[in-house]
Write a protein of this length. Sequence first.
Length: 211
Amino acid sequence: MPENQLVLATGNEGKISEFRELLSPFDVDLKSLLDFGPLPPIEEDGQTFEDNAYKKAHFTAKVLGTPALADDSGLVVEALGGAPGIYSARYAGNGATDEDNYRKLLHEMKDIRNRKAFFQAVLIIAVPRGPALTYIGKCEGEILREPAGKNGFGYDSVFYYPPLKKSFAQMSMEEKNRVSHRGKAMAQLRGEFNKVMIWLSQRMAEERWER
């Protein structure tokens, strides 16, 4: 395993592209689950974004024997009591597409005037055993009445960000990474990324010694 390897605990190509862009300035060998053979499924049964992010990161690190980075993120809509929340990726049911999910959201919001919502992201970096690192980001906005824009993934086309007067799906990746929930969490990580890589190297060395 290369000393600077970090595995993204996701097979979502949209997320992989965003993370590759965000970490491009650093000397890191960034892999994803698409670079490995089939892994056992991870049941995301936590009660919070942090629970699920930790479960994904720790499980991936343990199975592959390498540091892993996972995020759990979702859309929290005020008028829906926080839904879809941790169920954002499967709001319309298991196996639902992005369009299925945002169409269900628009249907639920059809007659609601309060469109306030926010995205939240929790990033966890874990090693096979021991402590993990946590970074949290949040972005406030509104739910549109119709999709707008062709970029991004998930709920991006129905999430409007007032300061830029655009939906996430109307932004360039550079714009979105600057203001998004994931971008803000990653900005925290980026600010100390070289220290994080040193910490990971030390933790992995300790684990090899303990074996």
